[in-house]
Design a protein around this ligand. Sequence first.
Ligand code: HEM
Length: 322
Amino acid sequence: MESIVQEHLKVHWEGKSTVEIYSLAQLLVTTLSARFFTGLQNNNDRCVKFAELINIIASGLHTFPINIPGTEFYRAMKAAEAMRKEVLLLIKEKKAAVSSSGAKVTDTMSHLLFNPDPTRRFIPENEVADKVMGLMTGGFHSPSMATSFLIKFLGENPKVCEKVRTEQLEIASSKQDGENLNWEDIQKMKYSWAVALEVMRLVPPLQGTFREVVTDFTYEDYTIPKGWKGYWSSSSTNKIAEHFPAPEEFDPSSFENGKAAPAYSNIPFGSGLRICPGKEYARRQLMCFLHHVVTRHKWEVINTKAKIAGGLNPVPKEGFHM
Ligand code: HEM
């Protein structure tokens, strides 16, 4: 992960006077997903293509399912077809590489292809492609949003940024030259994580999603019958004044020194049985990027009044320029 993050910063940040963090974050998370979920590495062109396709697929996820030309859903279906072709090609290439050279298997796709499932069945290629696409799509918008907004808030709050930098420099100074960050280092990034939690509280990367009501219940005199669909919203749950006295203000101290918000009061990753399975991966990714960016670069936000489009994810339409 670290070598990909460092290479990304070298190519896209070093020596640049301005960067647009939103599209760069999309490219970074796709490059990481491509590496860990498919084994693809050192192939920027294919990652750029994946990022373009996933962007279209993700935009079609919460749209009305009318599959006719001109609709967002139609575009998403077309992008999903193209993506499936790409992933099936990667599967073919991987099988050829493994049978010709016995290449080492260190990614999710290989694991799914070359190991039987618990019922001793080998998973068909199409199903493997589905799972890989699900992971790459799930791991696209939310982590790239979180990364972009984290960088934006730090650019707008220099004192907080300086405190994050001090924490990260301390961790950097405890490492040997070239030594990778490990999970203990990530856990030491307490203030940095508090800042990330506060950013995701204010701007949840995923605004909410649906649940089916499994039993009749009454809430505030309304009876909700079994079978109805409910929508839970992190953007309103995270701003209840009882838990966050100034809910609209950016104040990382709410989570500082390991302070935890009461259960279910800050739910950027959802909660319960369907809580985001990529939560710890996302934390590692966010903290690893933050470590390297803050110890090498200083930035401020150019388009502080960037418009954010609502929807499934909050999208900065013109990006965030730093
Ligand atoms: C900052 C980063 C992320 C945030 C804020 C986030 C947020 C969420 C939220 C709110 C949900 C819905 C949970 C629920 O219904 O209770 C979810 C589900 C999901 N996330 Fe994430 N996510 C992030 C990163 C990732 C990553 C990196 C991956 C994949 C590697 C991922 C894969 C998924 C999947 C597959 C689901 C569906 C789980 C299910 O329905 O059982 N997410 N995520």
